[in-house]
Write a protein that binds this ligand. Structure first.
Ligand SMILES: Nc1ncnc2c1ncn2[C@@H]1O[C@H](COP(=O)(O)OP(=O)(O)OP(=O)(O)O)[C@@H](O)[C@H]1O
Length: 253
């Protein structure tokens, strides 16, 4: 089976200040490779600063790698920092959903704008798509008249999910997307994500410090340390028999 997402030898460095007049190179990702199958979830865990969010941003096209390739269904979409295809097929959801929502615009208009910019749908087709997407994520069609501040935290994360799903992506990257929610809302949202995954064969890249979520949602895990993969495997195998000290520390924390 061809993976939906394949990352090959991806590397990234940032140039950072090292004093008043000097800069230095900070290697944030080194030789990252992994595959993700359709309808599956891969979790990325690691200590703070290990490069998880940088990887998430590169996958979603918000940042560029320096070396390596990203392939979507076998087609190269990024090669050595050069993005060759648009970003609609891989969508990113952050911890704070308000980051991707304009506070002065009702969410229906935000969704219309996304569809106008990225699809050839006419007004009626856009409206239909918005209605079905809102219902898909457990919101009401009336919610499109609401401004972001009128939603609860859990509802806002559903709005962020609607914003991500409206373009029918193949992969959704969840970067601590549920971390700020209280446990019962987090559990509900997790179950919604799993239901959607079954229904539309979505694939998730799950970045979180919540290991219970990792265990509940993911099929595979990669463990990162200082920008490198130190362990990878099936979720249950990694939890039951962690090989690296980093993984043992993360799991037993
Ligand atoms: N734009 C940037 N410019 C310079 N350095 C950056 C930039 N973005 C991230 N970094 C650095 O890259 C490293 C990895 O950061 P990243 O946010 O990817 O880690 P993380 O594993 O997601 O951490 P956390 O779990 O705390 O979110 C850190 O040392 C960070 O300071």
């Amino acid at each position: 089976m061809q993976p939906v997402l394949k990352v090959q030898a991806l590397s990234k460095e940032f140039i950072v200040r090292a004093g008043l007049f000097r800069t230095k190179k900070l290697q944030v990702l080194s030789d990252i490779s992994f595959c993700l199958n359709a309808g599956e979830t891969i979790a990325i865990i690691g200590e703070t600063g290990s490069g998880k969010s940088t990887l998430a941003k590169i996958l979603a096209g918000a940042e560029r790698g320096d070396k390596g390739q990203i392939l979507l269904e076998g087609e190269i979409i990024e090669n050595a920092g050069h993005r060759t295809k648009n970003y609609c097929d891989i969508r990113l959801i952050f911890q704070d959903p308000t980051r991707s929502l304009n506070p002065s615009v009702p969410i229906g208009r935000t969704l219309h704008e996304i569809l106008s910019l990225n699809t050839a749908l006419d007004q009626a087709e856009r409206q239909f798509k918005i209605n079905t997407t809102l219902l898909k994520v457990g919101l009401l069609t009336e919610h499109q008249t609401y401004y972001p501040h009128m939603f609860s935290g859990g509802q806002l994360q559903r709005v962020a999910l609607a914003r991500a799903l409206i373009l029918d992506p193949k992969v959704v990257v969840l970067d601590e997307a549920l971390s700020a929610l209280d446990p019962s809302v987090r559990a509900q949202t997790m179950n919604l994500l799993l239901k959607l995954q079954k229904e539309i064969n979505l694939s998730y890249v799950l970045i979180t410090h919540h290991l219970s979520m990792v265990r509940h949602m993911s099929d595979h895990i990669i463990v990162m340390d200082h920008g490198q993969i130190v362990e990878a495997g099936l979720t249950e195998d990694v939890f039951n028999n962690p090989q690296s000290l980093i993984t043992q520390r993360l799991i037993n924390f």
